[in-house]
Every structure is written in C-alpha cells, then in structure tokens.
Ligand binder design. Sequence first.
Ligand code: THU
Length: 133
Amino acid sequence: MTDIHIPQLINQAITASQRAYAPYSNYQVGAALLAQDGQIFTGCNVENATYPAGICAERTALVKAVSEGVRDFVAIAVVTRGGGSPCGICRQMLYEFAPHLRVIIADMNGTIHHDLPLKDLLPLGFSGIDLHK
Ligand code: THU
C-alpha cells in the first residue's frame, strides 16, 4: 500500500461520516477500512435512544467486511471533526483481525493527525493467542 491511496481512504471516510446517525452526541465519525484485496469498507457511527446500543464507525466498517467474508486488512482511516482517536472497544475489535493495521486519524478537512500502527494504539493487546497459553 502506497501513500497514494491514503487521500482516497480519507475521502471515503469523510463521505461515510456524512451518513452518521448521531442525533444524541452530534459527533459524526467516518471510517474507511482497506482490505488486503483492495476493497474498501466504509462505516459511520449509528446511535440509539438506548445509548449503549449504538455502534462506532470503525466497528460498522469492520463488521461489514467480516460479514462479507473479508478478514485481511491493511489500513483504516478514521475521521472526526477534531481528529479524535478510535475508542478502546474499536481498537480491540480491529486487533482481533489486524494487529498490524495502519491507522490514519484525520479530521473533516482531510488533515492527518496521526498515522501509526494499531499495536501502538493498543500495546500488549489481548488476542486469541493468549487464550491458549
Ligand atoms: N465514536 C465512534 O464512532 N468511534 C470512536 O472510536 C469513538 C466514538 C462515536 C460513538 C458515538 O456515536 C459518538 O462517537 C460519541 O461518542
């Protein structure tokens, strides 16, 4: 994956964020998950009147991909108005499938705030390997 794809990934995340259903927080989040085979799965946050029932943009993108049979991922772009970082639950969910994932955190202008490996966001992450120790 070259940097040439990064602006495209961020743009897709921005477009996805415009579909966010966030009437409670008014905080739109968009994600674009690049699979090894070149497919891009997008996601937005979808909130609910029962607040904990809502789902984050990153996990929306991830479950879309996995439910379509895609499990190998290269990078994810996550966009918010202020360049906010993925939550802990999303880090853990992504770690299950892609501990080496490249995470690009950007804002709605496309400005990159962070570009780092998921392992740096989730040091000593728990995985299925630990269950067999
Ligand atoms: N949110 C995400 O979509 N991703 C994150 O990683 C952080 C938080 C959403 C959840 C909720 O809809 C809103 O942002 C405010 O927390």
